[in-house]
Ligand binder design. Structure first.
Ligand code: PMP
Ligand code: GLN
Length: 420
């Protein structure tokens, strides 16, 4: 094969187009409602948007400092302390990145040698295998499995499966909670199991917490996974950063992003916090990926972290209502859903719907999603692309509910009337 006809290096060939790009393009070309790619269709806090405009007017248009502007690093450190009691030195233990995506890629590139193994929760966010491939690493998935009644159940981590996945080549555990796409918020017991393995085998944990503020009350107050027996049924499932567990601060890099917390996915302001040597390693790589980014957005995000916490609380509440709206609608339309505890995604099992419609079609979420816009004008994301073995996730598709109520209602109406 000529290097001109197939120029992309072999290890990156599986990653030529992301499922989000494919499905969003399909939404545009068909005019379908896009419940695929996870981006909100309303704006973030007005004061934050105004602050970014003002920053441009004030001339914040050149390279910011490599680690991020001090004001933002300080605001991130303050937020981690206020929210979780985590203490980070803003000068040495906080690094601003171009979204969480860069933080994760830079961390993987910085921390693994060729051939090292990286454990990820499966289904996994699409950038994880790509980052591991870029670093010549080996992806080792540990599957989250649905447990309990779908209406109140969750995808759960099997601690034994995690322990069994560790080998002498394991270097990193790349964790994600609240978890995209399943909506699982890892419990204290699950996190403690991960921590025990990490400490026992001397592993680094990179924890992707971009949905840290987007957790909801369980569908059933007494349902599994709350860990706190939320008797009033209204308290959101608590998000617990693994870096707060005993023995974990020194081996954990915590990643988050303004995109999800403040409805600005296009701003790409993310960050990573952790012990100085680990953050310095990530910084070494980051400076040659992008050097810096988002000069006028950095002061705006700093301000929002300080003054718009109530807005984030409102976002959480509204997303919880949207979760219920979409879950109820999908259920009525014939899907079986696992009600998510966090994020803005819901995973739906398409098999009951296919069965009910007497469809002889093979259960294939990818085909289902590629034909859904033509059948009923809705876009979803097939979950199989988040599995090493696509067959394992072929019956699941993911819908995003970070959309206006009328958009969700119209999507549900179309799905209910669709032919399979
Ligand atoms: N991690 C997860 C789990 C995500 O869902 C996303 C998508 N936003 C990202 C990372 C990427 O975040 P960012 O847009 O800040 O790069
Ligand atoms: N995080 C978003 C999702 O899961 C997509 C981001 C992207 O398109 N890279 O839908």
């Amino acid at each position: 094969m000529s290097s001109m006809t197939e120029p992309l290096v072999r290890r990156l060939r599986p990653f030529t187009s992301t499922i989000f790009a494919e499905m969003s393009a399909l939404a545009v070309s068909t005019g379908a409602i896009n419940l695929g790619q996870g981006f909100p269709d309303t704006d973030g806090p007005a004061s934050m948007l105004a602050a970014a405009q003002q920053a441009i007017a004030d001339g914040a248009n050149q390279y910011p400092p490599g680690p991020g502007i001090p004001e933002l690093r300080q605001a991130i450190a303050e937020a981690r302390l206020a929210d979780y009691g985590q203490r980070f030195n803003p000068d040495t233990e906080v690094l601003v990145t171009v979204g969480a995506t860069e933080a994760i890629a830079a961390a993987v590139l910085a921390l693994i040698e060729p051939g090292d193994e990286v454990i990820v929760l499966e289904p996994f966010y699409d950038s994880y295998p790509a980052a591991v491939a870029m670093a010549h690493g080996v992806l080792v998935p540990v599957r989250l499995r649905p447990c309990g009644d779908p209406a109140i159940g969750r995808f759960a981590l099997d601690p034994q499966a995690l322990a069994d996945a560790v080998t002498d080549r394991t270097r990193l555990i790349l964790l994600n909670s609240p978890h995209n796409p399943t909506g699982t918020v890892l419990t204290h017991a699950e996190l403690a199991a991960v921590a025990a393995v990490a400490i026992d085998r001397d592993l680094i944990v990179v924890t992707d917490e971009v949905y840290e503020y987007l957790t909801f009350a369980d569908g059933d107050a007494a349902g599994p996974g709350t860990g706190d027996g939320a008797a009033d049924g209204a308290r959101p499932v608590p998000h617990l950063p693994i870096g707060t567990l005993p023995g974990m601060a020194e081996r954990t890099l915590t990643v988050s992003s303004a995109g999800k917390s403040f409805n600005v996915t296009g701003w790409k302001i993310g960050w990573v916090c952790g012990p100085a040597p680990l953050v310095a390693a990530v910084r070494a790589v980051k400076q040659f990926l992008t050097f810096v980014g988002g000069a006028p957005f950095q002061p705006a995000v700093a301000g929002a972290l300080r003054t718009e916490r109530e807005w984030v609380g409102g976002l959480r509440k509204s997303l919880q209502d949207k979760r219920d709206r979409l879950c109820d609608g999908l259920t009525a339309a014939g899907f079986e859903v696992v009600r998510p505890q966090g994020t803005y995604f819901v995973v739906a099992d398409i098999r009951p719907m296919l069965r009910r419609a007497g469809s002889a079609a093979d259960t294939d979420g990818l085909t289902f999603c590629r034909t859904l816009p033509d059948r009923c004008g809705v876009v979803a994301v097939p979950q199989q692309v988040f599995y090493a073995d696509p067959a394992a996730g072929a019956h699941f598709v993911r819908f995003a509910f970070c959309k206006r109520d009328e958009v969700i209602d119209e999507a549900v109406r179309r799905l209910a009337g669709s032919s399979v």
